[in-house]
Design a protein around this ligand. Structure first.
Ligand code: PMP
Length: 284
C-alpha cells in the first residue's frame, strides 16, 4: 500500500507523521471518508468541497488547490490499483510546538490513504440493527459546528462505546436541546406515511454525502423529504428508520431504545432506497 503524505508516496510501514503534529496533539484538523466503487470515486467533488468548507471554518489553509487535491486522491487510488475500497483524506494543522497556537505550525499535513473497507455483514442489511440513544450529545454549533468534519470525534467515540455496552452497533445522538441529530458516524432518516424525514443540519447533523444522495434519489422517485427538528418520539413511532453513511450506505434500523420500529424488519421504503442507491452507485 502506498500512502500519500504531503506530495510523496510512502509504503505503509514507512508512512509517518510527527508526534508534534497538532492533528495528534489537539485533534486540530479535518478529514473525509470516501468510497471507491468499481474503480470510480463516489462524489469526489462533494467530499473535496466539504473538506475545504470544514478547513475554512477552522481557519486552516489547505496548501493545495481543489483540482490538485482531486488529482492527488485519484492518483492515490490509481497507484494502489484499488477498484473497491475506502479513502481516508486527512488534513491536519501540521507540525508545531507543544502549545495550542496554530501559528506555531509550519504547514498543514495532507495524508491520503486508499485502503480496504470494513463492511457491515449482509445480514444486518436484511434484518436491520438495534440502536440506543447515547447520553453523549452532539457538539452545540456555538462550540464547534457539527457540520465541520473535524478530527475531534470524542463525544461520538463515547456514544459508540455506550452503544457497544448496550449490545448495539450504533447510537443515536441528540443535540443539546434534546432533538435528534444523527448517529455516531451516520445520518438518520425515518419514514412516516410514505414520506421521509431527517434532522435538519442545524440540529447538529453532518451534511452527509450519502444523506444528500438519498434525498436526491427520493426526489427522483417522487418521495417527499422533510428536513426537520425530530424528537425521539418521532423515531419510536416511525414506520421505518434507517441510517446513511459512506461506509454503511443505507442501513435499516429496526429497534431504538428497546422499541420495535414498524414491523421490526426493514420496511418497503428502506428496501426500495437500498435498491435504488445501489443502482445509482453503479450508474456513476
Ligand atoms: N455523521 C457523522 C458524524 C459522520 O462522521 C459521517 C461520516 N461517516 C456521517 C454522518 C455520514 O456522512 P457521509 O454520508 O458523508 O459519509
Amino acid at each position: 500500500m502506498k500512502i500519500f503524505i504531503d506530495g510523496k508516496y510512502y509504503d505503509r510501514n514507512e508512512a509517518r507523521i510527527s508526534v508534534f503534529d497538532h492533528g495528534l496533539l489537539y485533534g486540530d484538523g479535518v478529514f473525509e471518508g470516501i468510497r471507491i466503487y468499481g474503480g470510480k470515486i463516489f462524489r469526489l467533488r462533494d467530499h473535496i468541497d466539504r473538506l475545504y468548507d470544514s478547513a475554512k471554518s477552522i481557519l486552516l489553509d489547505i496548501p493545495m488547490s481543489k483540482p490538485d487535491m482531486e488529482k492527488a486522491v485519484s492518483d492515490t487510488v490509481r497507484i494502489n490499483e484499488r477498484s473497491e475500497g475506502y479513502i481516508r483524506l486527512v488534513v491536519t494543522r501540521g507540525k508545531g510546538e507543544l502549545g495550542l497556537d496554530p501559528a506555531q505550525c509550519e504547514k498543514p499535513t495532507v495524508v491520503i490513504i486508499a485502503g480496504d473497507i470494513q463492511l457491515y455483514p449482509q445480514e444486518y442489511y436484511e434484518k436491520g440493527i438495534a440502536v440506543v440513544t447515547s447520553s453523549s450529545r452532539r457538539m452545540p454549533s456555538d462550540s464547534l459546528d457539527p457540520r465541520i468534519k473535524s478530527l475531534n470525534y470524542l463525544n461520538n467515540v463515547l456514544a459508540k462505546i455506550e452503544a457497544k455496552q448496550a449490545g448495539c452497533l450504533e447510537a443515536v445522538m441528540l443535540n443539546h436541546e434534546g432533538y435528534v441529530s444523527e448517529c455516531t458516524a451516520d445520518n438518520i432518516f425515518l419514514v412516516r406515511s410514505g414520506k421521509l424525514a431527517t434532522p435538519a443540519v442545524n440540529c447538529g447533523a453532518l451534511g452527509g454525502i450519502t444523506r444528500s444522495a438519498v434525498i436526491g434519489i427520493a426526489g427522483s422517485l417522487g418521495v417527499e423529504v422533510r428536513e426537520a427538528q425530530l424528537t425521539r418520539y418521532d423515531l419510536y413511532t416511525a414506520e421505518e428508520c434507517f441510517m446513511t453513511g459512506t461506509g454503511a450506505e443505507i442501513m435499516p434500523v429496526t429497534k431504538i431504545d428497546g422499541r420495535i420500529i414498524g414491523e421490526g424488519q426493514p420496511g418497503s421504503m428502506t428496501r426500495k432506497l437500498i435498491y435504488e442507491f445501489r443502482k445509482f452507485v453503479e450508474a456513476q
